[in-house]
Design a binder for this molecule. Sequence first.
Ligand code: S3P
Length: 449
Amino acid sequence: MANSTTIALNVQTSQHELVIERSTEGSPLRGRLQIPGDKSISHRALMLGALAEGETIIRGLLLGEDPRSTASCFRAMGADISDLNTEEVRVRGIGLGQLIEPMEVLNAGNSGTTLRLMLGILASHPDRFFTVTGDESLRSRPMSRVVKPLQHMGADIWGRQQNSLAPLAIQGRALTPIHYQSPIASAQVKSCILLAGLMVDGQTTVTEPAISRDHSERMLRAFGAQVSVDPDAKSVTVTGGTTLRGQTVVVPGDISSAAFWLVAGAIVPGSDLTIVNVGVNPTRTGVLEALEAMGADITLENPRDVAGEPVADLRVRHSHLKACRIGGDLIPRLIDEIPVLAVAAAFAAGTTVIEDAAELRVKESDRIAVMATQLNLMGAKVTERADGLEITGGYPLVGTDVDSYTDHRIAMSLAIAALNASGKTTIHRAEAAAISYPDFTTTLQQVIA
Ligand code: S3P
């Protein structure tokens, strides 16, 4: 277990490295933090804004590289999206079914959400041809999970390895409705099919094995689509053909970004952090439940509703953590927070088991393998399971050279581990954090000041 002496931290960044050095004297983490806008909501606001009639105003959009990829794809298809670096982003939509056939390959960069959601939109645009690709990581991630149901709806999609890997080519068609029983709980799969269903005559339904994030359902309704949800059956239905109307979207802070500070505050002795304006949609709050089960001291303050999404401030104070079991229906509600929960587990008494999380192997990196190897390099005791991790806490972490494998959440999770590791940790390829959290290092410097 890390000792309880207060710490001094020195953070240095170069273009590709983040160096965090702990000495034995100094101060705990304190402060009131703003976090960037929610990535999932930012993508959806840009996409629905592009498909709507009239103007959409987006406040608090995430300025990370992933939403920038979404904006550039939809600009290439005719949506007029204002400069993203302003407080209010304006999207002048071109109307459902009106996307222009792009002259260039659409590039989703590192963003699975951009590519998978966009595929549903493109496949349902008759008489237009599209080609889509992404970076090296995205070109190795499975697309058959969306290509197959779209093909059942009548879509024509081609790609490498039986049409399962980008680059992909799509011939848009008039699709037919389906009731799709998804084998995985994935908001990307669900949203792809619902977006395709917007352009289809009749009802398109997706049923999931467990409930995934519901931002698409909420925002589609707000834009005027006909969406019904049956929570007991874990199914969502969209009725096609309704015009979408531009809206004002206020994007709350991303709980997936807040999670880094929640874990930092929980593990660094003496810490007291408040993270303001965090989206606490119940389909996303699994991380709070897991940390509470570990004995973390987290309070939810000032709960409110902002433009159809629940929001609160979260206060975290240091406490002694204990191991817990994370699995089952909780997994889709904290899937992106598992790397940093693994860091919390490394400081928790006992063995934490994370199971039913095989999906982690096909994220921006194989997050099971990468977290196990990188935390073990720091002296933690982590074993891989096919579907998760087993982490025995209490082994002191020692700074060393680690690598993000170009995965934003790995880079930031290792930085949080470094806060409680002795000596110097160098995180290579740490610039990956900019995918979802461009100001991560600035906030890190703020909390240790
Ligand atoms: C997302 C859904 C999740 C998540 C990803 C964003 C979304 O993926 O991991 O970061 O915005 O719909 P899956 O739904 O594929 O699990």
